[in-house]
Design a protein around this ligand. Structure first.
Ligand code: ZN
Ligand code: ZN
Length: 166
């Protein structure tokens, strides 16, 4: 993690990682599925910060830990983590982020900052409920839905303001 990432982060991110990993470990135990070493390592790498991570970058960073790791290894681990609801795919970036709400099934709204690449997850159940009527009108059966919005995050907006004043 770069220093600038740490500075721009408004919270103690060590807590985020620890909470996510503990919850994931507990949920795997409850569900009787295995959080294998590679799955855990991929989850940890994704949780390293709130930026979306690409599969290719994960492979590069996993290799020193698991020299036999191949793209398929990473994709299988990612599929598992998505299926368990531990991470989300950011479609518009073709990348992945850690989920902030591991315990409950939910719809998410992803706010993608074009300046710092942070992706913030917000609950989207209300938004999706509003859309449900439109899907029904269209006779459309939804298999997967996520709304991704590109813009500038609160931290970067504040930084930009400060720079204007200085
Ligand atoms: Zn989520
Ligand atoms: Zn930002």
């Amino acid at each position: 993690m770069s220093i600038s990432t740490e500075l721009s982060s408004p919270h103690n991110h060590t807590n985020c990682i620890a909470t996510a990993l503990n919850t994931a470990t507990q949920l795997c135990f409850e569900r009787g599925v295995q959080l294998t070493a590679i799955r855990q390592q991929v989850l940890e790498l994704i949780w390293e910060n709130h930026h979306a991570v690409k599969a290719y970058d994960l492979l590069e960073r996993i290799k020193p830990l698991q020299s036999a790791a191949k793209p398929a290894t990473i994709y299988r681990a990612l599929d598992f983590l998505i299926a368990q609801g531990f991470i989300h795919r950011v479609e518009s970036l073709n990348a992945f982020i850690g989920c902030c709400n591991l315990k409950t099934a939910h719809e998410q709204l992803l706010l993608i900052c074009k300046q710092c690449n942070d992706v913030e997850e917000r609950p989207a159940n209300a938004v999706m409920q509003s859309l449900a009527q439109e899907f029904q009108n269209a006779g459309f059966t939804v298999h997967h839905q996520a709304i991704e919005i590109q813009g500038i995050c609160a931290t970067c907006s504040q930084l930009n303001k400060d720079e204007e004043i200085a």
